[in-house]
Write a protein that binds this ligand. Sequence first.
Ligand SMILES: Cc1cc2nc3c(=O)[nH]c(=O)nc-3n(C[C@H](O)[C@H](O)[C@H](O)COP(=O)(O)OP(=O)(O)OC[C@H]3O[C@@H](n4cnc5c(N)ncnc54)[C@H](O)[C@@H]3O)c2cc1C
Ligand SMILES: NC(=O)c1ccc[n+]([C@@H]2O[C@H](COP(=O)([O-])OP(=O)(O)OC[C@H]3O[C@@H](n4cnc5c(N)ncnc54)[C@H](OP(=O)(O)O)[C@@H]3O)[C@@H](O)[C@H]2O)c1
Length: 610
Amino acid sequence: MGSVEYLTTPPTANAPGLQLVDRYIDEPRSLRVAVIGGGLSGITAGILLPAKVPGIRLTIYEKNAELSGTWLTNVYPGVRCDIPSHAYQSTFAPKADWSDAFSYGPEIRDYWQSVARQHNVYQYVALQRRVEAAVWDEATGTWAVTVQDVSDLASPATTATFDVVVTAVGRFDNWSLPDYPGLADFQGHLRHAQNWDPSFDPAGKRVAVIGNGASGIQLVTNLQRTVQRLDHYVRNRTWIASSFAASGITTTAEDADATAADSQQHHERQAFAQPYSAQDRADRLADPAAYLAFRKSIEAKYWQRFATVFRDSPANATIRESFTKTMVERVAKKTALLDDLIPDFAPNCRRLTPGPGYLEALTEDNVDYIRTPIARFTATGIETSDGVHREVDAVICATGADTTQSALAPPFPVRGRGGKLLSDVYRARGFPYTYLGTATPGFPNLFYILGPNANGPSGTIPYSVETQTTHISKILRKISREGVRSMAPSTQATDDFVAWANRFFEQTVFSEPCRSWYNAGTPGGFISGLWPGSTSHLTAVRREPRWEDYEYTYLGSGDNKGEEANRFAWYFGNGWTRKEKDQAEDLTGYLHVPGTVSLRDVHEGQYSLP
Ligand SMILES: Cc1cc2nc3c(=O)[nH]c(=O)nc-3n(C[C@H](O)[C@H](O)[C@H](O)COP(=O)(O)OP(=O)(O)OC[C@H]3O[C@@H](n4cnc5c(N)ncnc54)[C@H](O)[C@@H]3O)c2cc1C
Ligand SMILES: NC(=O)c1ccc[n+]([C@@H]2O[C@H](COP(=O)([O-])OP(=O)(O)OC[C@H]3O[C@@H](n4cnc5c(N)ncnc54)[C@H](OP(=O)(O)O)[C@@H]3O)[C@@H](O)[C@H]2O)c1
């Protein structure tokens, strides 16, 4: 007992068939990762994943000829953010000199492309490459991703192999024209808002705009001034908010006053441009500390909107009253409109639409606000169900994207275990079936950025995209570090999430009977457009992945043919770290001058192994 020989003999005899893998535990596995989509989500992934996941080999597929997604393709008149520019941007790559308080599309497009350039994202990007399919292969634990070069549609599609696929395909990219009888007969100019033809000049023309979502509202406001006549077809009513920030914080008279003051300082969107002065822009560039304070003052408002989403809450009643008052005032010129404008559902049930200038446009003599349902298109115009025919030169369908529940799967076949289609899983359940909006049982090593349930009603989209990407990077580190061959959330954990989400949403106005992309166009349906909770709450959930909610397979110790592998064989390797083999390495990086390291950080760092 106790002889040196005994202590140094590994107990291999106790684990028949198990072979030690000759690798060091601190040498990450090289992971092949495909990100699909190059909007702000794909760009953020292109920055954060390489920074956070050692050994990643990243490819970002984008079907367009450039990055920027929404902000590249939406070029309709007046396209502009409705969250202030200083809040609608990356947290770590801010632009201090935005030209407008609510920038127009081209500046936002250029900003995201410049962020991509600044962070060398283009090295990973394959432009004009449309992903047409992703198929899981259980035998190899990989995804086969089929890609078409859209610059040469005659060329055959190619297939590449990845360990992990991350979708960042956006929620609104999947647009199509509505399905009205006679649509193909229409001889005039016909476009979807997301497919605006820049060569079309609406001045002096008779134009129909279908839809009163954010796009329709912006279009009506902008077109009304130049067209001869504008027919605005509206299926359902919508709340016109005084502003986004105000929607959450003007719950008291004092706040309302403060908001009015903010508005003068350009923090509330107005109908048309709100340019910053050259001096303001130069000052913000010159003084980063002052800029940070300014930025925080704007963004902070977007973290305080949560109280208004609860049914029958005083906060919701206050905004309802305030929006009603504003709407009444703004249509004073044509009060008859009110009967068809004020919704019977609570504000926030649909995504709020501030729409400055929209109600005023509706009261102008050249605008017809039409609630009678469209029956059909004709060669020269649109006929409503009451038999009235209105001739127009152009129809713009601001009818949004296909956000039906099954359409919330990526817009190409995704086949998981057993060849199951993700869209079929969603369709069969009647809602996008996801675990925390990030993954789906039966679809291993597949993760979503800004898919279903991906952001709360507070905070900002770029922030949520960053926290979701960071959450995914923790998962990728685990896959890479521990030799995880596949991981997918369990059905039980996913069912628990769905049940909790349903219960949570019941007490909110989102479950009221309105049609919205929040409920995928099904009033009372599952809320897939939002996280069940605030964005602060979501951040807390994302911080520590719940590894116990996943099911795993592991890389084998030998030829890795898919047999059930010992979970430690690849991970623990040969028992060494690479670092300790190298005499020149600092193995005591955990020692610091006393008082220079917070106790909270002691032995926490990813990269501080001896
Ligand atoms: C007109 C408009 C205005 C908006 N304004 C605001 C706003 O003011 N504030 C706000 O918070 N949000 C706004 N939004 C929502 C906006 O979509 C998000 O804020 C954000 O831009 C989404 O970024 P994304 O990268 O997730 O998606 P997207 O920008 O839609 O990018 C997805 C990308 O995936 C690519 N893609 C899709 N399928 C494939 C495929 N098969 N193969 C390869 N590539 C593919 C697309 O080409 C696209 O480039 C607006 C949306 C629209 C449509
Ligand atoms: N920054 C901005 O100001 C801005 C601008 C544009 C978009 N966005 C973002 O993008 C999202 C999508 O906006 P969106 O306006 O493109 O889409 P949307 O919000 O989904 O609105 C689509 C509109 O089209 C109507 N519609 C759909 N199909 C129709 C049909 N067959 N016949 C008649 N009407 C039809 C819908 O009516 P129903 O209500 O009856 O379904 C709805 O009014 C917004 O919620 C917002 O997040 C923001």
